[in-house]
Design a protein around this ligand. Structure first.
Ligand SMILES: [Zn+2]
Length: 232
């Protein structure tokens, strides 16, 4: 069974549009900031939010299709001003199918002080498998943000990076996974921040992080049943 490329694009436009509502629902964005994109499977294209449109005005039809250098292929608006960063990630991380960017407040506060979020709670071990790292400071406008994201996340378990004094970029196998990572990043950024108001925060032992990460990724993945005695 083959899927008509136009049908795939229509479906992706609808998915990417709907995922923007999740950014609002979880309190990750203000005004028109933030954006979601998805790679078009099997083609050197992506679907991304238009620039400057109110979240209320986003429709599947208003989503922009660009090539992986950010050139518009289909769409009647300008693409997001972060398009170059998303495109760079897709060009350099072939396993990535979705990218999200937000200035969600707690995570962005950590980025403002340039501190990684320590892997101090089990939810972080599950989802991020490590500290959430800080990427370099980079100005918008060329591929330097994308370079910083890829340099930080390539080979790292965390699907989220705190770009210094800017905000959060997350990646995933698809756009929904990248949105989930953005939601979870803000959630743990808030919790670990609150914890630090109460006292010193201790990173989990590396072995515990490994076990949490392996179990969680296997529960949600497909392969190998747990044989190491870790109970679900
Ligand atoms: Zn930004």
């Amino acid at each position: 069974m083959t899927t008509d490329p136009d049908t795939t694009l229509m479906t992706l436009r609808a998915e990417v549009c709907a995922l923007h509502a999740e950014l609002l629902r979880w309190g990750l964005v203000a005004w028109t900031s933030g954006n979601v994109s998805a790679r078009v499977p099997g083609r050197d294209l992506m679907v991304i939010k238009p620039s400057g449109l109110s979240y209320d005005d986003l429709t599947p039809e208003s989503m922009i299709v660009t090539d992986l250098h950010g050139t518009v292929v289909d769409g009647s608006h300008k693409p997001s001003s972060d398009t170059a960063a998303h495109a760079y990630v897709y060009r350099n991380m072939p396993e990535v199918g979705g990218v999200v960017h937000t200035h969600s407040p707690y995570a962005t506060a950590w980025s403002a002080v340039g501190q990684p979020i320590p892997c101090a709670i089990t939810a972080m071990g599950d989802e991020f498998g490590d500290d959430i790292p800080v990427g370099p400071f980079a100005l918008i406008g060329d591929h330097s943000i994308g370079e910083g994201i890829v340099a930080t996340l390539k080979g790292h378990r965390s699907p989220a990076v705190l770009m210094r004094q800017h905000g959060v970029f997350t990646i995933g196998k698809d756009a929904k996974a990248a949105v989930k990572a953005a939601v979870m990043c803000e959630d743990v950024a808030r919790t670990v921040h609150l914890a630090r108001q109460l006292g010193p925060v201790t990173r989990l032992e590396a072995d515990a992080i490994d076990r949490l990460y392996d179990r969680y990724q296997n529960v949600y993945g497909q392969q190998k049943p747990s044989t190491d005695g870790v109970t679900a």
